[in-house]
Design a protein around this ligand. Structure first.
Ligand code: PEP
Ligand code: MN
Length: 354
């Protein structure tokens, strides 16, 4: 439930309300607004009498949350969640563009592609060091060595990095290097992993499971949020359907649905969503028009030589052209993808906290 407090509620009244909730074994999630405070009650609230708490001094209204995903719901938090990752604002007016290879393949390869992505307009660098591969005989990623190359590429370009973590025990290691932890489609319902990522307090990019409903996906996000880690992004990456022309079917509907149901930033992954580079630009532009807060795209110097997902990877030139086209669409829908020079200025402003 949510308690909407009176504009006149005093601090001792607020403290008494919070103590009452905690005594009942629930967590208190206060959202302090300009005029009034709203308190989210998380947990099994059955021992709290709605009418009794509604009569406490300072409480204006008690609103039950009807959705099973309490913290993620718009009922709980009507305004969009925004956060800063290494100077890049996510969930605000500007869209975030994450780009890089599917897998980290080596030091010079990683640094080179990082520079190319940045010049083309990316602000966050992607690259997998621990790879979830369908076949155990396929390249499994460079592991910690790959994380080191990612960190070097961040050093060289200033771009924060997003990389996948597949095991709860590896969360501390990956969190040591990464700015954003990616939880892959295959692990969307790996609850120990979700809990570990939640406890790390690192921003999380939560990919949609291949057959996940909105409810299942939002409840997976809830596992992270319950640890008071509110920096969660929902990433649509395509689902399994009967269509065989593409690797997955990118669910464009998911974007407006999520924007309606939850307050978390929504990121589109048209690379995995289509699996074919020739469809990536169209679906990326559609995602911007549909209201996505950002994109994650696979970019490789020589897609034919890529160690994984070359078929869906864009060359840096094609990626650069796509970013310009997406910028025009973003502006048409009241958003923006700032030019690379402007990105640097924004970063300085965000980092200086002004
Ligand atoms: C990836 O980002 O390279 C990846 C493996 O993604 P997904 O979990 O969406 O398949
Ligand atoms: Mn990939």
């Amino acid at each position: 439930m949510i308690l909407i407090l009176k504009t006149t509620a005093s601090q001792p009244e607020v403290d008494a309300i919070m103590a009452r909730i905690e005594e009942a074994g629930c967590q208190v999630h206060p959202i302090v607004g300009q005029d009034r405070t709203v308190i989210g009650v998380i947990g099994d609230g059955t021992s709290i009498d709605r009418f009794q708490i509604g009569r406490m001094p300072g409480v204006e209204k008690v609103v039950p949350i009807t959705k099973p995903y309490k913290s993620a719901s718009r009922e709980f938090k009507p305004e969009d969640t925004q956060f800063d990752v290494g100077g890049v604002m996510i969930g605000g007016k500007d869209l975030v563009v994450m780009a890089g290879p599917c897998s980290v393949e080596g030091r010079s390869h990683m640094v080179e592609i990082a520079h190319a992505c940045k010049e083309a307009g990316a602000t966050i660098l992607r690259g997998g060091a621990f790879k979830p591969r369908t076949s155990p005989y396929a390249f499994q990623g460079l592991g910690e060595e790959g994380l080191r190359y990612l960190a070097e590429a961040r050093e060289a370009t200033g771009m924060p990095i997003v990389t996948e973590v597949m095991e709860p025990d590896l969360v501390p290691l990956v969190a040591d290097y990464a700015d954003i932890l990616q939880i892959g489609a295959r692990n969307m319902q790996n609850y120990p992993l979700l809990n570990a990522a939640g406890k790390s307090m690192k921003p999380v990019l939560l990919k949609r499971g291949m057959t996940a409903t909105m409810n299942e996906w939002l409840l997976a996000a809830e596992y992270i949020l319950q640890h008071k880690n509110h920096q969660v992004m929902m990433c649509e990456r395509g689902i399994r359907t009967f269509v065989t022309e593409t690797r997955n079917t990118f669910d464009i509907n998911a974007i407006p649905i999520l924007k309606q149901l939850c307050h978390l930033p929504v990121i589109a992954d048209p690379s995995h969503g289509t699996g074919k580079s020739e469809y990536v630009a169209a679906v990326s532009k559609a995602s911007v028009a549909a209201g996505a807060d950002g994109l994650i795209l696979e970019v490789h110097q020589e897609p034919d030589q890529a160690w994984s997902d070359g078929r869906q990877s864009l060359k840096p030139e094609a990626f650069g052209k796509l970013v310009s086209e997406m910028r025009a669409i973003a502006q048409a829908v009241g958003r923006d993808i700032p030019e690379p020079e402007r990105q640097a200025e924004i970063r300085d402003i965000v980092m200086s906290g002004s």
